[in-house]
Design a protein around this ligand. Structure first.
Ligand SMILES: Nc1nc2c(ncn2[C@@H]2O[C@H](COP(=O)(O)OP(=O)(O)O)[C@@H](O)[C@H]2O)c(=O)[nH]1
Ligand SMILES: [Mg+2]
Length: 318
């Protein structure tokens, strides 16, 4: 009761959304890890092996798991970690340290108008949904927006973006199904420029006849954009679906090699127990993780914060 009386600020509702969003990974990984470590007095090789298995199962990948286990082994030999609870807390610290360098919020430069965000990624990862969420997010910060329906490969994709635009009363520039994506986005840029719009967010296809067609289309969009503004796109956001685990890494490498990614949005963290994928993404790609998606609703997008993420994931322990 006293705690309640003396609490200075109410917990932010968004912290709860994040916690709820990470339920599956927390239950299958952190809770297991915690129960398993709590009460353990003796920290030995066998225990480390069991931790290793849990880390791999939660999709932290071989590389990150090795790093964590090697560091724990060193600490154990220095006898700094006296019980299971200390091991758990130490793991949390390592996780925050690993994620902190990729916590780099997407800042919109006010001198760049329109600030162009190109959203790319494989079909179904959540590009269009993320654009809807981003539009609301930036609108709430008093930015004016325009959306470009650059996924002209599927008729439904154009309609889907229009629905998101209508919801937030944001204009959407479209052409017919099958139109040239680069020209849709170029037209949208000119329109945004003429209307002095702050941010243009462009959707793109996630699948064409072949993967190389897709990469060629994205390269063309970049070439055409640069004719209008040599620094555009100012952000190339890659949307990755967390539920596919390690495959997200190879997708990211492919897109990055082809067009150069400047930020990542990791979606569907709510629908998966593979949330551990955020760690190898941070360690191997070293690209900023701008946002995470924790649901299908318009408010289910959060700027990525390393500490909040780890606290929500490993919640329930000091
Ligand atoms: N649970 C959950 N579903 C999501 C999230 N982001 C997108 N989705 C769903 O994933 C599906 C594909 O999304 P869509 O935006 O059409 O993907 P796109 O093909 O990349 O444009 C839709 O059913 C979305 O509602 C998320 O963060 N969590
Ligand atoms: Mg789409």
């Amino acid at each position: 009761m006293f705690k309640k009386l003396f609490r200075k600020t109410a917990p932010a509702p968004s912290a709860d959304t994040l916690k709820i969003g990470l339920n599956k990974t927390r239950k299958s990984f952190s809770h297991q890890l915690f129960h398993f470590l709590s009460g353990k007095k003796e920290i030995n090789e066998a225990l480390l092996e069991q931790i290793e298995t849990l880390l791999i199962q939660a999709d932290l990948g071989v590389d990150v798991t090795q790093l964590f286990i090697d560091t724990l082994t060193k600490e154990l030999s220095r006898k700094t970690l006296k019980d299971g609870k200390m091991v758990f807390a130490y793991l949390k610290t390592m996780m925050i340290d690993l994620l902190t360098p990729v916590e780099q919020p997407l800042l919109i430069s006010s001198s760049t108008k329109p600030f162009v965000i190109l959203v790319v990624g494989v079909n179904g990862t959540g590009k269009t949904t993320t654009i809807g969420k981003l539009a609301k997010y930036f609108q709430a910060q008093s930015h004016s927006l325009l959306l470009a329906a650059g996924d002209t490969f599927r008729a439904a994709a154009i309609e889907q973006l229009q629905i998101w635009g209508d919801r937030a009363q944001i204009p959407v520039i479209t052409q017919t199904h099958g139109a040239d994506s680069a020209s849709v986005i170029y037209d949208a840029f000119l329109s945004a420029k003429a209307k002095k719009v702050d941010i243009l967010i462009a959707d793109t296809a996630g699948r064409l006849h072949t993967q190389s067609h897709l990469m060629e289309e994205l390269k063309k969009i970049n070439r055409v954009m640069k004719k209008a503004d040599e620094k555009a796109p100012h952000e190339t956001l890659l949307v990755l679906d967390a539920s596919i685990g390690q495959n997200a890494l190879s997708q990211a490498k492919q897109f990055h090699e082809a067009i150069g990614i400047t930020g990542i949005v990791l979606t569907k963290l709510d629908g998966t127990a593979k949330g551990g994928i955020v760690f190898p993404i941070a360690k191997q790609l070293k690209l900023p993780i701008r946002f995470i998606g924790v649901g299908e609703g318009i408010d289910d997008l959060r700027p990525f914060c390393a500490t909040d993420f780890v606290e929500a994931l490993m919640e329930g322990v000091d």
